[in-house]
Design a protein around this ligand. Sequence first.
Ligand SMILES: *Cc1c(COP(=O)(O)O)cnc(C)c1O
Length: 386
Amino acid sequence: MSRFRSSRFAGLTAYVPGEQPRDRRYIKLNTNESPYPPPEGVLEAVAAAAKGLNLYCDPTALRLRESAAEVYGVTPEMVLPVNGSDEILNFAFMAFCDGNTPVAYPETSYGFYPVLADLHGIKKREIPLNEDFSIDPRDYFDLRCTVVIANPNAPTGIALGLDEVERIVASNTENVVIIDEAYVDFGAESAVGLTRRYDNLLVTRTFSKSHSLAGARLGFGIACPELIADLTAIKDSTNPYNVNAMTQMAGVAALRDNGYYMENCRRVAQTREDTLKSLRALGFEATASKSNFLFVRHPEISGGELYERLRERGILVRHFSKEPIADYNRITVGAPEEMEALIKAAGEILGRISLKHRSPRDSPEKGIRKQPQILRRKKEKKIQPG
Ligand SMILES: *Cc1c(COP(=O)(O)O)cnc(C)c1O
């Protein structure tokens, strides 16, 4: 830190994105990108927009708002395009939280929520999940906070039903409820339709996961025109040209081809279920994920060790060392052949572990002590500080 940094930001803990290493080729299953490339139409739109890069882009992103409004069944005044949905979250924390209005969100969720709260000096109310990692909607009724819920949640993949989301929105009429739908296209119900009936609901979307545009940085806020006007005022006060010309046109082309992406999302959901079956056959336990990742643990190997062993084999997954999820790994659902490589590697890693338990140096009856050894390790893990 330099001696010039404002004391406001002295204690800043920045968000740590998933690693994007360049040292070798990895099978990347750690940041929930799409395994499928953008279609030709998107590439052509980007190339065409690149020819006009000497000029500023449209700060109102009108064509993109019109295209998005048509696909999502709202009006252009209800859409704000942003530079990745992290940006709309930032705008929303600025616009709808302050010293009197804290922010509430699930204790285990997207790591950017506490980072943004701290950045803006907003009080945090972190609500624990149920034991099975699900969200109890009743915990979010009448909170007198701005509420943020990822649906499906990250990194668990578990989704709330639309009726449950609506009850949360309806019980917090005096505050904004943000539903972060980064993963909704992989199998959950969207709350976008509710934005026409509730003036306190903001739905956020990203094209990073479902629409093969993580590198282009494109997301949307969808809400009633008044909320969008507030967010647009923040946008115009920080970066009026927040979505660049190429990304605006990529977005218009992508929305024109929305069917292609919905088909890809369906394929990813199918691969997710196939992979889940194979992992279960290896002894893995998993949450009921409705997103493009699986959230898994294995009773015979710690989360950290599985992460390391996969990495050695050129497969990157995401491990969070925080309790209560330190025993888990989040595995992006990639192409079927990538998942086959993952299953093969996991099988080898687990095979070695059970071999170790039966190593020739052990007495013959040691093999049958495998189970108690596992139990002991789990107990030891439990008393480790979080
Ligand atoms: C990935 C992700 C985002 C942000 O995505 P962008 O790439 O910034 O659009 C937001 N919320 C959740 C829950 C995510 O997983």
